[in-house]
Design a protein around this ligand. Structure first.
Ligand code: PLP
Length: 362
């Protein structure tokens, strides 16, 4: 095998090498069955045991909370932006959206097409460089839920602590930071995430929610968009993205092997510290975009003194084998996505490159 790239892509993103190798070993023939997992009926016992194992692992990593169920859905997190209000934003209710950046805005835009929403808090005044604090968040009595974006992938901000919304369910998009650290699921009515950053390849969206939210019968919406349909069919109402779910199961097994969520958190904190220390210690050559207490440990956004320098950094880093460091086109700058599967050595190599680049251009 050739050298693995220093992969800092924002998504789809790096997968653990061990996961890829294990999948490769059983790619053509899955455990003596004479076929690939992809070729199997999703109604058969072999596939179903993988499917169920992945769900069990998700809940086990969260401490097996009672009353919570998981769903495997398709259409990405973007589809959840619409299906959440379709299922939960009933007549006479409103929903609060905490506006923290690009992804929160997209979620709110979709919900607005379905029902009444309000801005529960906004960090727009600070150009989305921080996450709102508890005291800023307005929870209305007639809110069906309050929605937050746990980690803004584009801006590079992350909630250090989640708000308490009392009896109103808190719903969170964890697409870009699920399982990067321990999670107290009991604070949430629902969390959801596209798998393609910390959980596996694209193609499956994970929803973990209180059963009472998923069980609601939304008879006015098409069957396939109802959570209750997928809940009562164990996410096998129609053909599931079976290979992606198999890969999620492998990735969850790998997380267990890292020491669970505490284990990955320790590694993630060390990687993030290495990178932020390099930025902060550069004497202003590099500057972090996010305010310190809202810095993401998954997407590290930073800038250089000019767009020319940023262009040169992006180009030279690419030539030296670093992938995906250019910031999102909507905000510019640079971004290193350091999800669970990005090895510490890749971040160390990046920090070396940054120091070298500064010597030549500072
Ligand atoms: N939410 C967040 C925080 C994201 O980072 C992304 C994708 O990058 C999405 C939602 C959209 O996910 P999908 O492409 O699975 O629809």
């Amino acid at each position: 095998m050739g050298k693995r790239a220093y992969n800092f892509n924002a998504g789809p993103a790096a997968l653990p090498l061990e996961v890829l190798e294990r999948a490769q070993a059983e790619f053509v023939e899955f455990q003596g069955t004479g076929m690939s997992i992809m070729e199997m009926s999703h109604r058969g016992a072999v596939y179903e045991s993988v499917h169920n194992e992945a769900q069990e692992r998700l809940l086990k990593l969260l401490g097996n909370p009672s009353g919570y169920k998981t769903l495997f859905l398709q259409g990405g997190a973007s589809t959840q932006f619409a299906t959440i209000p379709m299922n939960l934003l009933t007549a006479g209710k409103t929903a609060g959206y905490v506006m923290t950046g690009s992804w929160a805005s997209k979620a709110a835009k979709e919900a607005k097409l379905i029902g009444d929403i309000y801005t529960a808090a906004s960090a727009e005044g600070d150009k989305f460089t921080r996450m709102p604090s508890q005291s800023e968040i307005e929870v209305r009595e007639n809110a069906a839920y309050v929605h937050i974006t746990s980690n803004e992938t584009i801006e590079g901000t992350q909630f250090a602590e989640y708000p308490d919304t009392g009896s109103v369910p808190l719903i969170a998009d964890l697409s870009s930071d699920i399982f990067c650290r321990p999670l107290d699921i009991e604070k949430f009515g629902m969390i959801y995430a596209g798998a393609q950053k910390n959980l596996g390849p694209s193609g499956v969206t994970v929803v973990i929610a209180k059963e009472e939210l998923l069980a609601r019968e939304a008879k006015n919406i098409p069957t396939v968009f109802r959570y209750s349909t997928h809940l009562s069919n164990n996410s096998l109402y129609n053909t599931p993205p079976s290979f992606s779910i198999y890969m999620v199961n492998q990735t969850l097994r790998w997380i267990e092997e890292q020491g669970g969520l505490e284990g990955v958190q320790e590694k993630n904190n060390a990687k993030a510290k290495l990178l932020y220390d390099a930025i902060d210690g550069s004497g202003g050559f590099y500057s972090g975009v996010a305010q310190t207490d809202s810095r993401s440990i998954m997407n590290v956004t930073f800038r250089l003194g000019s767009e020319e320098l940023e262009k040169a950094f992006a180009k030279e880093s690419e030539q030296q084998g670093f992938v995906g460091l250019k910031g999102h086109r909507s905000v510019g700058g640079l971004r290193a996505s350091i999800y669970n599967a990005v090895p510490h050595a890749s971040v160390a190599a990046l920090v070396d490159f940054m120091s070298d680049f500064q010597k030549r251009n500072g």
